[in-house]
Design a protein around this ligand. Structure first.
Ligand code: HEM
Length: 247
C-alpha cells in the first residue's frame, strides 16, 4: 500500500462499510428472512446495491465540482470496484441460484428477455473498467486510460436502461413502479450535466463566489466579531476580491 493510499481515511471507511450490505443479505438469506421468494429477492437486492455503488462512483466528480472536495475523487476506484463486485454477486445469484449454472436452460429461458442482454453489456463494461483500474494499466495506457474510463458513464446509462427494462419489460410502455429508474436516471443525468465544460465552469464560479463572500465576511470584524480568531488566508481573500469585482 502506498503512502498516498493510507492518507485517505474516507477510502478506509468506504472499504469497511461496503461489504456490510452483503453480510446483511447473506444473513437474511440463510436465516430465511428474505421474503417468500428468497432467490429472486437476493438477486434484486444485489442488483440494487450494485447500481447504488455505481451511481455513488459517478457522483464523486460532481461532488468535487460543487463543494471542492478533491479527496472524494479518490473514492471513485473503490466505489466502482464495489459496484462491480455486487454486480457479479447479482449475476451469480441469477445464473447460479436460479438456473444452477445450467447455461443451456439459461439461454433458452432468457432468449426473449432483452434486459438480461443489457445487464450482460453493463457487466462487461464494468469488468473492463475493474480490470484496467490498477495503476499498472494507468501507466501502460497513458492518455487512453482516461478515455477508456469515461466508459463508466456508458456503464451507468446501460445499467439504468437495464433497470428500466426490468421494471416493465418494455421501455416504450413504462408505467407503474417507476421510481427506481427515474431516481437512478436523475442522478446519472445530473452527473453527466456537471461534466459539460460550460456547466462545470459556471458551477465552479458560483462556488468561488460563495467562498469569496464568506472570506470577505470573515476578514471584516464589524460583520463578524469572532473572525479575528480565524482570519481567512490572504490568498483566498485576494481571489475572493477578484471574483467579486468581476461580477
Ligand atoms: C450478466 C449480467 C446481468 C444479468 C444476467 C442480470 C439479470 C437481472 C435480472 C434477471 C433481474 C430481474 C430480477 C427479478 O426481478 O426477478 C435484474 C434486475 C436488476 N439488475 Fe441485473 N443483471 C445483470 C447485470 C446487472 C448490472 C451490471 C447491474 C448494475 C450495475 C444490474 C442491476 C440490476 C437492478 C438494479 C435490478 C432491479 C432490481 C429490483 O427489482 O429492484 N444488473 N437483473
Amino acid at each position: 500500500m502506498t503512502a498516498e493510499k493510507t492518507a485517505n481515511p474516507l477510502r478506509t471507511v468506504v472499504n469497511i462499510l461496503s461489504p456490510l450490505p452483503l453480510v446483511v443479505l447473506v444473513g437474511a438469506y440463510f436465516t430465511n428472512n428474505l421474503t417468500i421468494n428468497p432467490i429472486q429477492t437476493a438477486t434484486q437486492r444485489a442488483g440494487d446495491i450494485a447500481i447504488i455503488f455505481l451511481l455513488l462512483c459517478l457522483a464523486c466528480s460532481p461532488v468535487n465540482t460543487l463543494f471542492d472536495l478533491p479527496r472524494v475523487l479518490k473514492l471513485r476506484r473503490p466505489l466502482g470496484l464495489w459496484a462491480f463486485y455486487y454486480a457479479c454477486i447479482h449475476m451469480l445469484s441469477y445464473v447460479g441460484l436460479d438456473y444452477g449454472f445450467d447455461f443451456a436452460f439459461f439461454n433458452r429461458d432468457n432468449a426473449d428477455k432483452p434486459y438480461v442482454y443489457v445487464g450482460l453489456i453493463t457487466l462487461t463494461l464494468l469488468s473492463a473498467l475493474a480490470f484496467t483500474s490498477r495503476r499498472w494499466w494507468k501507466v501502460k495506457l497513458g492518455k487512453n486510460w482516461k478515455k477508456l474510463h469515461k466508459l463508466v458513464y456508458l456503464a451507468g446509462a446501460v445499467a439504468v436502461l437495464h433497470l428500466a427494462l426490468v421494471i416493465k419489460g418494455n421501455l416504450l410502455e413504462l408505467m407503474g413502479d417507476l421510481w427506481k429508474p427515474i431516481a437512478a436516471g436523475s442522478v446519472l443525468l445530473a452527473a453527466l450535466t456537471l461534466r459539460i465544460p460550460a456547466v462545470k465552469t459556471w458551477a465552479i464560479a458560483q462556488r468561488q463566489k460563495i467562498r469569496a463572500a464568506r472570506a470577505l465576511k470573515t476578514q471584516n470584524p464589524s460583520l463578524q466579531p469572532t473572525a479575528l480568531d480565524h482570519p481567512a488566508p490572504a490568498g483566498e481573500v485576494r481571489v475572493a476580491e477578484k471574483v467579486l469585482k468581476s461580477e
